[in-house]
Design a binder for this molecule. Structure first.
Ligand SMILES: Cc1ncc(COP(=O)(O)O)c(C=O)c1O
Length: 372
């Protein structure tokens, strides 16, 4: 493999310096903006506010990172090529369609910058993950927020109707914050009926956590105007290590990635990601653990008469039937940090599924606040 391959050595562009000036909003920044207690927070605080994975990196990923540290003085971009090739082979993709990224926040932000403008709107679900909305604001685009359907799927027909000028249709599947699914048939419908020149940006940050979710990678392979985002921050427990993928036709991928300028991937992230992909037990095992803790939490909520939106992911929306913001503040005083509130659902708070002991602490704190 060439030492400076096209994939790992991104092109500079005029837009790169402009992108550097923008404030890219990540999940922890959004979570931090919504709370007053983190940072600083007590060392023993239960942190179920940022959709992190409390299990952290797998043992194989930890070993791989430890092993690469002595070689950290070198760029070793061939390791990024190994990661891309590993993923491409597993998914039956041409490696030219796969770009390794530092988490999925950068390719999400850059995709929105690349395909929206004052003339090209950004169409998203409400409630939905906010990073793209903020970047649409940076590019001066109209932000079109469409309520989820009654089953909390993306309402693709309403999204199409509201966005004849769309540059980007953003689909988060499973959705953040609801953890609910949008069918593959609906995504296909959106792709087939979208305005010419627009893209469908499918954010699959949480896809591994749902046994039923169907990836949109087949649409990328079919040559459609679809960009898929993946991250190692969720099921793989590497949020602080930073690795992800953008997957799209090479000309779409180039158009996005050139806005980020030139950089190398951190070798620790790359080897940890490759080791994670090569462990066939990791995804099923972690999906099982998350589903089991989530189910036990739902059963506790049912027994205690609380309402929530059933989720397929590592987060869910809990209806407090009062001001969600006040409940969040009160629960934080019990040393449990829960997630933010979306303006469209002001009585709901987003809860991340932590470990079973963490969820038991959450239950005690929540019960105290609600009964207090
Ligand atoms: C839907 C969604 N997309 C993207 C991200 C970005 O994650 P990261 O940059 O850690 O890959 C997150 C983080 O929580 C998310 O929830």
């Amino acid at each position: 493999m060439a030492r400076f391959s096209r994939r790992s050595f991104l092109h500079f562009s005029a837009a790169a310096s402009a992108a550097a000036a923008f404030r890219v909003m990540t999940e922890p920044m959004l979570a931090a903006a919504a709370r007053h207690t983190r940072p600083p927070h007590a060392a023993d605080a239960v942190m179920i506010d940022s959709n992190e994975n409390p299990l952290g990196p797998s043992q194989a990923a930890r070993d791989a990172m430890a092993g690469i540290i002595p070689l950290g003085g070198r760029y070793s971009d061939n390791l990024t090529d190994d990661l891309v090739n590993t993923f491409a082979q597993m998914e039956g993709l041409n490696p030219d369609y796969v770009r390794a990224t530092v988490g999925s926040t950068p390719p999400l932000s850059l995709s929105v910058l690349a395909f929206t403008s004052p003339q090209k709107s950004y169409v998203t679900a409400d409630p939905g993950f906010e990073t793209g909305m903020m970047m649409a604001g940076v590019s001066g685009a109209r932000v079109v927020k469409i309520p989820l359907t009654k089953t909390y799927a993306h309402d693709v027909k309403a999204m199409l109707a509201a966005g004849p000028d769309a540059g980007v249709f953003y689909i988060c599947n499973p959705n953040n914050p609801t953890g609910t699914l949008t069918s593959h048939a609906d995504i296909e419908y959106l792709v087939a009926n979208k305005p010419k020149g627009s893209i469908v940006l499918v954010d699959e940050a949480y896809i591994h956590l749902s046994a039923d979710a169907q990836s949109a990678l087949d649409l990328v392979k079919a040559g459609d105007d679809v960009i898929v985002l993946r991250t190692f921050s969720k099921v793989f427990g590497m949020a602080g290590i930073r690795c992800g993928f953008l997957i799209a036709r090479p000309e779409l991928a180039d158009k996005v990635m050139e806005r980020g300028g030139m950089n190398f991937m951190p070798v620790t992230a790359v080897v940890a990601a490759t080791a994670s992909l090569k462990d066939p037990q990791l995804v099923p095992e972690r999906r099982r653990i998350n589903a089991s803790v989530r189910q036990q939490t739902f059963e506790w909520l049912d027994r205690n008469g609380y309402s929530y939106i059933p989720s397929e992911s590592n987060c869910f929306m809990l209806d407090t039937k009062r001001s969600g913001k006040e409940v969040r503040e009160a629960v934080a005083k019990e040393n449990v940090l829960i997630g933010r509130v979306w303006p469209v659902m002001p009585t709901y708070v987003r809860i991340t599924v932590g470990t079973q002991p963490e969820m038991e602490k959450f239950q005690a704190a929540f019960q105290k606040v609600m009964k207090g």
